[in-house]
Design a binder for this molecule. Structure first.
Ligand SMILES: [Mg+2]
Length: 319
């Protein structure tokens, strides 16, 4: 808002603000959905309790989580992919290939890129550029960040089908379950959604009306955005009661907390934001990363103190 050109916020009389323009400006570069603030606030507190409890027993959080829910407590690695794949203006130096090659050098062999920020023909070129690095469609996902209306969604679904991509993520508005269901009818590759569902009730609506398919589609609900692990486990139990497998759950977020949750609960895997969304994004060197899997370290709690970018901030909080 502060950076906006004044006329871009004003009504045509030049004297009053145009509330609709103000709202559009405030929402620029924001995703749709996410209608609520309590879920994240409660989630922060609830997850801090898991961190504290694990530290009291001097054990990693995934061990505490696994024990609490009757899962195996042995360390294991989970599937991970590098999320990002942003847009770069031509002639400005960095390219999509540069970004993905950077992730490959870190040990990733699966990737996710954005779509919907350019016309379909341009996005298809970006997908082909990314496939040259990923090697095959099963190692590349695309994420529309909830942008598409049904016509655009179906056009993209038809155009990307031949690439046999790993999944097509957040195709339309996260609460437009009818749109999700219609795309699922038309597109037989996996669909991923759920990062902007913030409660068990939202998840129930997705299952009731979103056309999600057992054994195929991917659920990305995130304990940190939806009241914490207690609520998240209820979502997983609901999925299982409806015939889905917990390996279809890949929590959104790309940080240590969801890595521990994925390992502790035996989920399909998680994403990684390496070098993005700092200081929380990405994993410290102590987490074994390679062959597209990642394993938590044996630091106690969620191990956030091992993240160099967080260390100083956490020390300040404790002082
Ligand atoms: Mg996403």
């Amino acid at each position: 808002m502060l950076a906006a050109a004044p006329e871009s916020l004003l009504a045509s009389d030049g004297r009053h603000f145009d509330p609709a323009k103000v709202m559009t400006t405030a929402m620029r570069n924001e995703k749709p959905g996410g209608h609520g603030d309590r879920a994240a606030a409660v989630g922060a507190i609830e997850l801090a309790i898991w961190d504290l409890n694990a530290k009291l027993d001097d054990e990693p959080a995934y061990v505490a989580i696994a024990r609490a829910y009757g899962r195996p407590t042995a360390a294991r690695s989970v599937d991970v992919y590098a999320a990002g794949g942003y847009y770069y203006e031509p002639g400005r130096g960095k390219t999509l290939s540069d970004e993905l090659n950077g992730y490959r050098a870190m040990g990733f062999s699966a990737f996710k890129i954005k779509v919907g920020g350019a016309p379909l023909a341009d996005d298809l070129k970006r997908i082909e550029e990314a496939l040259a690095i990923a090697g095959e469609g099963s190692r590349l996902s695309v994420d529309a960040n909830g942008r598409f209306d049904i016509q655009t969604a179906l056009a993209y679904a038809e155009a990307i089908a031949p690439y046999k991509l790993r999944w097509f993520e957040e195709i339309g508005d996260p609460l437009d379950f009818a749109l999700n269901a219609e795309v699922a009818q038309a597109y037989d590759r996996p669909i991923a959604t759920g990062e902007n569902l913030f409660s068990l009730a939202d998840t129930k609506n997705l299952l009731n009306f979103g056309g999600m398919r057992p054994g195929r589609d991917i659920f990305q609900m995130d304990a940190g955005l939806s009241y914490g692990l207690t609520e998240y486990v209820r979502m997983i139990e609901l999925l299982e009661s409806r015939g889905f497998d917990r390996t279809q759950a890949y929590p959104h977020g790309g940080h240590l907390i969801n890595l521990h949750i994925a390992v502790g609960l035996g989920l399909g895997g998680c994403e990684a934001y390496s070098g993005v969304f700092l200081p929380f994004g990405g994993y410290p060197a102590e987490c074994a990363l390679g062959g597209s899997s990642v394993q938590p370290s044996d630091a106690s709690g969620f191990g956030l103190e091992q993240k160099q970018e967080l260390k100083g901030l956490l020390a300040d909080l404790a002082a």
